[in-house]
Design a protein around this ligand. Structure first.
Ligand SMILES: NC(=O)c1ccc[n+]([C@@H]2O[C@H](COP(=O)([O-])OP(=O)(O)OC[C@H]3O[C@@H](n4cnc5c(N)ncnc54)[C@H](O)[C@@H]3O)[C@@H](O)[C@H]2O)c1
Length: 333
C-alpha cells in the first residue's frame, strides 16, 4: 500500500515515521506546499517520495491512503477531495471545523465505500485502553464524574482557540471511556493576546444520571499538567500522563451515604482501601493507530475512532465555543 501524508509541519513528521514502520506500507509520499519542509523531510527520511501539489497526488491511482495533518480549517476540503478521489482517509484531530463538515465527510466515505479514521491518538495509548478495560469490567461502579486538566505554556495556534487545540484529546477520551452521548455543554474562556482566540477555557459537560465532566485547558500555565480523575461509587482512577511508570492509579476509595430512619439526616461515610497501579502497554499510540487503520482497510473493519467518533468530538467543541460566546449559556447537544 502507498500512503500520502499531507502537511509536514509539527505533527506530520510523526505520521511519516509511524506509517513507515507499518509492514504493509510499501511507500510513503510526503506532501507539503512549503518546499523547504519537503526538503527537510527528505533529508530526515530518504526513503520517502515528496510532492508539493496535492492534486497531483490525488490523480495517482497507486496512492490508496491519504493522511491529513494540515491546519484544522483545511481538513474538510482536503479530506473531501481525497475521499471523492477514492482514497481512504486518515484525518488529524479535530476532524473538521464544524459538525456539518464532519457529517458530510462521513456520508462521502460511506458512498465511496472508503475508510475514514480520525487521529484521536490518546485512544490508542496503553493507559486509556487500560482505563477502558477497568471501567467496562465495572470496577468503578456507577460513574459520578470525569475531571480533566491539560495545561502548559502551549504552542499558540493562529487559526483555533485552546479548546479546539487541546480539548479534542480529553473529549475523545471521555467519549470512549463513558460510551454515552452528553446532554448539554457550558463553557467559559478568555483571550489574553487580543486576537479573539481563547487561551484559557473551562468546559462542563452534563450527562444523564448526574454524571458530570469538566475540562480545564490552558496555553499560559507555568507548569505542564496532564491529569484526569474519574470517580465512581466503587472506586476511582487518577491518570497522570506526566508520570513515567505509574500513569494510572486505581483507588478503592469512596463514599457511602446512609439516611437514618426517623431523622432528617444524611450520613456520609468514607471508605478508604488499597491503591494499585496496573501495568500498561508502552507502545507508541501513533504506531498502534497507524497499524489499526491499515488493518481496518485490509480487513474491512470500522476504525475505533471513525468519522462518527470524530463528529461526536466536534459537536462538543462547537457547542462549547457557542457557549463561550454567550457567557457560559447551557447548550443542548
Ligand atoms: N494527534 C495529535 O496528538 C496532534 C498533535 C499536534 C497536532 N495535531 C493536529 O495536526 C494538524 C497539524 O498541526 P501542526 O501543528 O502540525 O500544524 P503546522 O502548521 O505545524 O503544519 C501544517 C503543515 O501543513 C501544510 N499545508 C497546509 N495546507 C496544505 C495544503 N493544502 N497542501 C499541502 N500542505 C499544506 C503547511 O505548509 C504546514 O507545513 C492539526 O490538525 C493539529 O490539530 C495532532
Amino acid at each position: 500500500m502507498k500512503i500520502a501524508i499531507v502537511g509536514l509541519g509539527y505533527w506530520g513528521p510523526n505520521l511519516v515515521r509511524n506509517f513507515l514502520s507499518v509492514p504493509q506500507i510499501k511507500k510513503v509520499i510526503g506532501c507539503d506546499k512549503d518546499v523547504q519542509r519537503l526538503e527537510k523531510m527528505k533529508s530526515r527520511f530518504p526513503e520517502i517520495e515528496t510532492e508539493s501539489d496535492y492534486d497531483n497526488l490525488l490523480s495517482r491511482s497507486d496512492v490508496e491512503i491519504v493522511a491529513i495533518a494540515t491546519s484544522v480549517s483545511s481538513h474538510y476540503s482536503l479530506a473531501k477531495k481525497a475521499l471523492e478521489a477514492g482514497k481512504h482517509c486518515f484525518i488529524e484531530k479535530p476532524m473538521t471545523a464544524t459538525p456539518q463538515e464532519a457529517e458530510e465527510l462521513i456520508q462521502i466515505a460511506k458512498r465511496k465505500n472508503r475508510k475514514l479514521m480520525v487521529d484521536h491518538t490518546f485512544i490508542y495509548t496503553g493507559a486509556v485502553r487500560k482505563m477502558k478495560e477497568i471501567i467496562d469490567a465495572g470496577r468503578l461502579g456507577d460513574l459520578y464524574y470525569f475531571d480533566s486538566v491539560r495545561v502548559n505554556l502551549g504552542l499558540f495556534q493562529h487559526d483555533v482557540n485552546v479548546i479546539w487545540d487541546l480539548a479534542p484529546h480529553d473529549i475523545s477520551i471521555m467519549n470512549y471511556l463513558i460510551g454515552k452521548k452528553p446532554i448539554s455543554v457550558s463553557a467559559v474562556g478568555s483571550c489574553h493576546i487580543g486576537n479573539g482566540l481563547e487561551d484559557i477555557a473551562y468546559l462542563t459537560v452534563h450527562f444523564e444520571n448526574n454524571l458530570i465532566a469538566h475540562f480545564h485547558v490552558n496555553w499560559i500555565a507555568p507548569v505542564k499538567v496532564r491529569q484526569m480523575l474519574i470517580g465512581g461509587n466503587k472506586s476511582m482512577i487518577v491518570f497522570d500522563d506526566m508520570e513515567n511508570s505509574e500513569k494510572i492509579k486505581v483507588y478503592d476509595k469512596g463514599i457511602e451515604v446512609k439516611t437514618r430512619e426517623g431523622l432528617y439526616e444524611t450520613l456520609v461515610q468514607y471508605r478508604t482501601g488499597d491503591m494499585y497501579a496496573p501495568k500498561i502497554d508502552q507502545t507508541e499510540a501513533l504506531s498502534v493507530a497507524a497499524n489499526h487503520f491499515v488493518d481496518c482497510i485490509l480487513h474491512d473493519k470500522t476504525p475505533m475512532t471513525d468519522g462518527v467518533s470524530g463528529l461526536n468530538v466536534v459537536q462538543i467543541l462547537e457547542a462549547s465555543e457557542r457557549s463561550i460566546k454567550q457567557d457560559g449559556k447551557l447548550i443542548l447537544i
